[in-house]
Every structure is written in C-alpha cells, then in structure tokens.
Design a protein around this ligand. Structure first.
Ligand code: 26Q
Length: 816
C-alpha cells in the first residue's frame, strides 16, 4: 500500500495543509495546527480511495452496523499504521523538525513537535462506556480490513464519556469536549441532512379508499451527518462511520416565528440542542430517561432515512431492500430501527403490512450483550406513545399480530405474557428483537447458551435456527502490533508478520516454547513496558512503582458483578498476612485498578473510595509497602489501556460466573502475554480451553454451581462466621480507615445479600493468587505460559469474529 507516496510527498502535502487551512508555515505553527495538518493528509488519502470505491462497485449487499456507542480512542496512529505510513510520517516529521532548526527557530519553540508528541496531542474519541462500544470500534477495523462494504452509524456526542477526576479518593465527573481537536477526522455532509420528527399527533385520512397517516404538530430536529473515514490494514478499501449531530431547524425556518408560533420554535431549538450533547455514562444499566429515548430514535430514524434515500437513488424502489442491505443492531439500543423502517415502507412508500414486514424481518439482525436484568431495556409505554406517536402505533400492531400468531400456535396465556413485546405498560426491546430479527446472537459460548436456555428460551423454541453464537474478538493489530511494537518485532522475527492478517498464525509460536532465548527476550520486553508504565504513573500521579514487582491489573468499568471488591478483599487479607509474617518469601506486587463508575451508581463510587482508602493504608505502611502497592489509575480510557496492558503480568477477570457476557479486556491482556486469573465466565471459558489449564489460573464457582447455590439458599453470613481471615478483613472495612469515610454499606451488602457471591469465591480466589505468585518465582515456567497465551490469542481476533458474522449472519463475501 502507498508505496507510491514518498517521505518528500508527505512533507509537501503537510506543508500545503498548514498553509491552506491555517495560513501558517513551519516557523509559526502551533502543535495542534501541525497535528491537524498530518491528520488531514491521511484523511485526504482515505477520501480519495472512498470516492474510487463508489465508482467501482455498487451492486453488492451492504452492511449497516448501528451502535449507540463507538469507543474509538485515537485515530492518527491507527490510520498511519493501516495505510502503511507510520515510518514515512515519522521520517517526514523528523526532517521537518530538523529544517525548523535550520530556520533558526529557538530551542524552546521546537519542543512538542515530534511524531510522538503529535500522537499524544490527539484526544480519545470516547464515544462509549466500555466493552460494547470498544467492540464496535474493533469490528469496524476488521470489517474494513476484510473488505466488507460496511457503514457504522452512531451519535456525534459533543461530550464523550466523562473525564474522571479523583479528589480525596472520590470520583468527580468532568466534561470531555473531545470535538475541539477530535473534529479533524469528521467530514460534515450538510447536503445529506435529514429531518427527525418527535411528539405531535397522528391524523388518519383516506386517499382513494386507502387509510393514510399524517404526522401533525411535530417537533422537528435536523440530523446532520458527520462522516469519519475508516481505513483497513493493507487494503485500499475504505468504509465510513456516520455520526449524526442534532441541530434545530428553527434558525432557518422562520415561518414558525412568522406564524406567531415562536414558543414552539423555541422549544424545538432547545430540544434539538440537547439531543446529541452528551453520552449517557451508564454501562450495563437501564434507566428509562426521555432524553435517552430521543437519542435512540434520533440516530435510528436518521440512519434509516439515509439508507433508504441512497437505496432509492441506486435501485429505484424498495421491494428488494433486504437483498441489498443488512442492518445489524448492537444490543437493543437501536431497536427502534424495526418500527421506523416499517413506518417508512408503509407510510412513505405505500406498502402493505405483510410485504413491509417481510422486508424488515429479512433485513435486521441483533446481538445481545447482557443477561443482567437491570440492563434490559423496558420503556414505559406512555413515554413512547407521547414522543413517537406513529412508531407507537406500529409497535402495537406488531405486538397484536405476534400475540395472535402465538395463540394460533397454541401457546398458553402465561407463556404469551412472557413473550409479549408490550406488556404491563412497558415496551420490551429484547423481546421485539428476538421476534423480529432473522438472527440473534450472544457474544461467547457460555453467554449464547444462557440466552437460549434462559432469557430467550421461549423464542428459541419457535425458531431454533436463528440463534447463534459469535464469540467476541479484538483488533489484534491495535492491541498487539501497535501498542506493543517490541513484542510485534519479536513475533515477526520468530514466525513472520503474516499473523497481522491471519491471526491464527500466532499458533506457530507454540513451537518456540523451548526457545530459552526467545523466552528471555519476551521477559525483557515486558520489563521495558513496565518501566514505560512506571514513568507514566510517576508523571501523571506522582506515584513511584517498582518495575520488579508483579504488575497485577484489574481495569474495566466499575460494577458490582465485575467484583473489584473481591480483589480489594484479597489485598486486605494479604496485608494482614504480611504484617503477621513480615519475613515471608514473596515477590512484591503492584495492584493496578482503573475504572469509571456511572455518576449515579452509589455502590460503585463507594468502592472507588474504598480502593483509595486501602491504597493509603497499605502504601504508607512501612512493613507492608515492601511487598505491596495499590495504584488507582485515574481516568482510565482507551489510550491508558494501550500503555497499561502491554505492561501487565496478571489479568484479573473475576466476575461472578454467568454474568459477564464475554469480556474483551481478557483477550487484550492475553495477546500481550499476561496470565489470566479468572472465573469460568464469558469468554474466559473459551480462553482457558484454547490456552490450556496449565497456563491460566481458574478459580471459583461455575455458572451452574452459582445458580444452584442461589436456588438452594446461599448464606454469606455463614461464611463470615466460620472464616477467620475473611472476618478480619470485613471487620477492618467496617471499622474504617481513619479518613472519615463510612464503608458500612459495603459490608452490610456483603453480609445481607452478597448478590454476586464474593464470599463464596473468596477462599478459592486467595488460593489461586498464591499459586500464581509461586509460579512467578520460576521465570522459565512463567514465560512459557506467557508465550502460550500469545500463541493461543489468535482465536480471539476481531477478524475471526467478523468473518463469522459475514458467513453465518450477514451473508457477505469476505473480500480478501
Ligand atoms: C442502556 C439504556 C440506557 C442507558 C444506557 C444503557 C446501556 C449502555 C451501555 C446499557 C448497556 C451498555 C453497555 C453494555 C456493555 O458494554 N456490555 C458488554 O459488552 C461487551 C461486548 O460484547 C462484553 O464483552 C461484556 O461482557 C458486556 O458487559
């Protein structure tokens, strides 16, 4: 790729951008201007290729991937890597820097303009909370690399996931105005603006004997597409991510004022502004907020309108819609695409119900990402009815026809009540998806099994064929080659770089397990990555960490089911043990935590506070701090993960079995040679099968055992009363840490209900951690397992997942 672009070309293009966009040259540009200019050079290359693609193709089935989150992180290094230009850009930047020196620019003005500085200038595009949003970003990369004709659709949030500040150990949420610099990747397509209608009421009328509907008195919002171009690795194929921004139509539609309707005009203005203002920071938790429903319908309606508009331009009428398009809905958040597409086919295209319904059903596929009941979307019917009057009627009709069909099939009333889409004044999005979509999949083998045995069991009984599993995968080019370049070089030396496009080739590393030299190199690379992280932690938080200690990491959203608290409990037990026996032979450990808590999630915030109290206690205890240190990394995000994961040796994946649908962090750590301490939950099950039991530390109840224990009666307080070390730990938390924070609620929740069964798994967790520590004493054994993990990680590449979606669900040909 791009062999035809030289370092000289890049320099010329760069200087051109600087001049034409900012009226500056090398002498007087700022770092941000220079950063933007490099990005624009790459953007132009991609735009050129996108336009060539449209001219060449146009006859195939297209994929539309709808997700309310895309957690992209940074794009400059990604695009440079994918376009094969990293080295040339580095070279160009360093030559330009040298020529600045020659221009006689003083030293102090020269700083901050290296390639590394540019990379650091870019803010993370934090348009997501965690796993679900990051998965969508990894999949976009793979779809493009595999040459699929795909478009992502989401919301152009003005503010992404909040920035986390920690003050006196407590989390504070600060705004993240990422667009100030991050907008450099966005191309506004004003000419493709569409209108989305809310509220008002529906008027029925007859036209030549046919009943028709008119949406009267609506509040209208303009949806403006901002396209981000998506590059793939070693391919000319380019896709786009379309982010919708809301704008009020009132500034341009003065007729409302003229007609005396200025209050309506004002309302419209206020409502429009707010729709795409901010990402909801809830992860795995549903709250029926009106603004959230507005966001969902806004991006879904705009997306369907834009797909339909383009389809009509290309193909004329909509009867072959399902032949040309697959609409994939990432969890239930874009479910309204189903009634919205119905609305357009019925009301705007004049189709009959049955024909429209057949087209919709053949077009839409759904991935479920959670079995947590509090995350299932059930919208109060009154807010749906008020905000989306026409969509509401269509939902009612879908539900009525569905229930009639279920009765005809002879199902009982109770069963029907469970399967209904609208019930008890609520609209159940997951039931609508399970009924309407032609494919439904879970995200790990365990999770997909739970779906068909549990939450979708009844639907599964009717249409077994449409339930599938596609185990998650991660963009292994980003999460290995880009973030861990030394490891990439080591692997390439051993087995070549074919693994970049054929991730299964990582398996070839297995034949090197006895290569002592390679194992030592592997350890040396880990060591340097640990030093790099240590520098970062010192620079950012003023904390000194010892690169000779074991780096033991738990990073993910803060949620009770993920059990960061279990990690805290074992740390406190270890603290007691060290104080009792200060001469024990153990390798020191550094415990890293990184986690954001949803602003309104009381327990999650209290656990963050507790981690800080425990860190304070341990890090300031002269006896204990020789062996352990607790570090809470502030504002954990994609770019921090990129530093932390290559430096970690132990990956904590300790959710209560049956609750983590898959996990994807587990895969990223494994790719970088960390050993997993984990439960048999989500994809950990498959990871342990692939890597082999001797290379992973599995502990705790299985999903089945946890279910049975819950059914038969689980008593955490019984464990508390017989387990002396555990009792000491919990009593210490109850007593507090002398910092005036009361952790009574945490201990009470553990003793009264312990919903996520921390106490049940505590002993087994402590024991496996001991085993892990002992293994670390033998570098040879540890490094062998580390290599075994990297070698098995190819199975968890997003390329594999996306190829399975293409084959089994989307019916698209992979183009490479
Ligand atoms: C819903 C309604 C209102 C507001 C917010 C939400 C909401 C937002 C985000 C609900 C759920 C999410 C995110 C869920 C999520 O990240 N799930 C994770 O998906 C990963 C990718 O499949 C899995 O690996 C994780 O196991 C799963 O927890």
């Amino acid at each position: 790729m791009n062999t035809n672009i030289s370092v000289g070309d890049i320099k010329k293009l760069f200087l051109g951008k600087l001049k034409h966009h900012f009226g500056r040259d090398l002498k007087d540009c700022t770092r941000t201007q220079a950063f933007r200019s490099i990005c624009l050079v790459l953007r132009d290359i991609m735009a050129q290729r996108l336009s060539e693609k449209t001219e060449l193709k146009g006859e195939e089935r297209e994929l539309h991937y709808l997700s309310i989150e895309f957690l992209l992180g940074r794009s400059l290094s990604k695009n440079a890597f994918n376009l094969g230009l990293t080295e040339k850009i580095k070279q160009a930047v360093s030559e330009l820097l040298a020529s600045r020196k020659e221009l006689g620019i003083p030293e102090d003005k020269l700083s901050g303009l290296s390639f590394e500085d540019f990379l650091e200038t870019e803010p993370d595009a934090g348009l997501g909370n965690g796993g679900l949003g990051r998965l969508a970003a990894c999949y976009l990369d793979s779809m493009t690399t595999l040459g699929l004709p795909a478009t992502g659709y989401s919301i152009c949030y003005e503010y992404g996931i909040f920035k986390q500040a920690i003050i006196d150990g407590a989390q504070f949420e600060m705004p993240d105005p990422w667009l100030e610099v991050g907008d450099v990747w966005l191309i506004p397509r004003i000419e493709e603006t569409v209108t989305v209608r809310f509220g008002g009421h529906i008027e029925e009328y007859t036209d030549a004997g046919v009943t028709k509907y008119r949406h009267a008195d609506s509040t209208d919002v303009l949806a403006i597409p901002k396209d981000m171009l998506i590059s793939g690795y070693r391919t000319n194929h380019v896709n786009k991510l379309r982010l919708w921004a809301a704008q009020s139509p009132t500034e341009i539609d003065m007729t409302l004022f003229a007609g005396g309707k200025h209050i309506k005009a004002m309302e419209q203005n206020a409502m429009a502004q707010v729709i795409t203002k901010v990402l909801y920071p809830d992860d795995n938790h549903f709250e029926g907020k009106l603004l959230r429903l507005r966001q969902q319908y806004f991006f879904v309606s705009a997306t369907v309108q834009s797909i339909v508009r383009e389809h009509k331009q290309k193909h004329g009428d909509l009867r072959n819609f399902h032949m040309r398009h697959v609409i994939h809905i990432n969890d239930t958040h874009p479910t309204l695409v189903i009634p919205e597409l119905m609305r357009i086919l019925l009301d705007e295209e004049g189709m009959e119900w049955d024909e429209a319904w057949t087209i919709v059903r053949r077009s839409v596929a759904y991935t479920n990402h959670t079995v947590m009941s509090e995350a299932l979307e059930c919208w109060p019917q009154n807010i749906v009815e008020m905000l989306l009057p026409r969509v509401w009627r269509i939902l009612c009709e879908i539900n009525d026809r569905y229930i009639t069909a279920l009765r005809e099939e002879g199902l009982g009333e109770y069963t029907i009540s469970q399967m209904a889409i609208i019930w008890n004044g609520e609209v159940r999005m997951a039931n609508l998806c399970a009924y309407a979509c032609f494919a439904v999949n879970g995200v790990s083998a365990l999770h997909s099994g739970i779906l068909i045995r549990d939450i979708f069991a009844l639907q599964y009984n009717r249409e077994k064929f449409k339930f599938l599993n596609v185990t998650n995968g991660v963009d292994h080019r980003r999460w290995l080659a880009q973030i861990n370049p030394e490891l990439h070089a080591l692997i390439s030396d051993a087995i070549g770089d074919g693994y970049l496009t054929r991730p299964n080739e990582l398996r070839k590393l297995a034949s090197h397990v006895k290569d002592a030299r390679l194992l030592e190199d592997l350890a040396a690379i880990k060591r340097r990555n640990k030093e790099r992280l240590a520098h970062y932690v010192y620079r950012e938080q003023g904390i000194v960490v010892d690169p000779d200690s074991i780096f033991d990491t738990q990073v993910k959203r803060l949620h009770e089911y993920k059990r960061q608290l279990l990690n805290v409990l074992r740390i406190l037990r270890l603290y007691d043990e060290i104080r009792e026996n200060p001469n024990a032979n153990m390798t020191p450990r550094t415990f890293f935590f990184g986690a954001k808590a949803a602003g309104g999630y009381y327990m999650a915030k209290l656990i963050i506070r507790l981690i800080h109290s425990v860190a304070e206690l341990i890090n300031n205890d002269p006896m204990a701090s020789r062996f352990m240190k607790v570090v809470f990394l502030q504002n954990y995000r994609v770019s921090v993960a990129e530093l932390l994961i290559p430096a970690s040796e132990i990956s904590e994946q300790i959710s209560i079995a049956g609750k983590e649908a898959s996990g994807t962090g587990n895969m990223k750590f494994m790719l970088n040679g960390a050993l997993t301490v984990g439960t048999l939950d989500g994809a950990n099950v498959e990871i342990s099968e692939f890597v082999g039991n001797e290379h992973i530390f599995i502990f705790g109840l299985t999903a089945q055992e946890a279910d049975r224990l819950r059914r038969e009666g689980y008593s955490s307080s019984a464990i508390y009363s017989v387990h002396e070390p555990l009792r000491r730990v919990l009593d210490r938390i109850s007593a507090g840490f002398g910092d005036e924070v009361d952790y009574g609620d945490i201990v009470r929740s553990l003793l009264i209900s312990d919903t996520y069964m921390l106490l049940a798994d505590f002993e087994s967790y402590c024991r496996i951690q001991k085993t892990a520590g002992e293994k670390y004493l033998s570098p040879r054994a540890w490094n062998t397992s580390s290599l075994a993990n990297i070698s098995a990680a190819g199975a968890f590449a997003a390329d594999r997942s996306v190829a399975q979606y293409a084959d089994h669900i989307w019916n698209l040909q992979v183009g490479r």
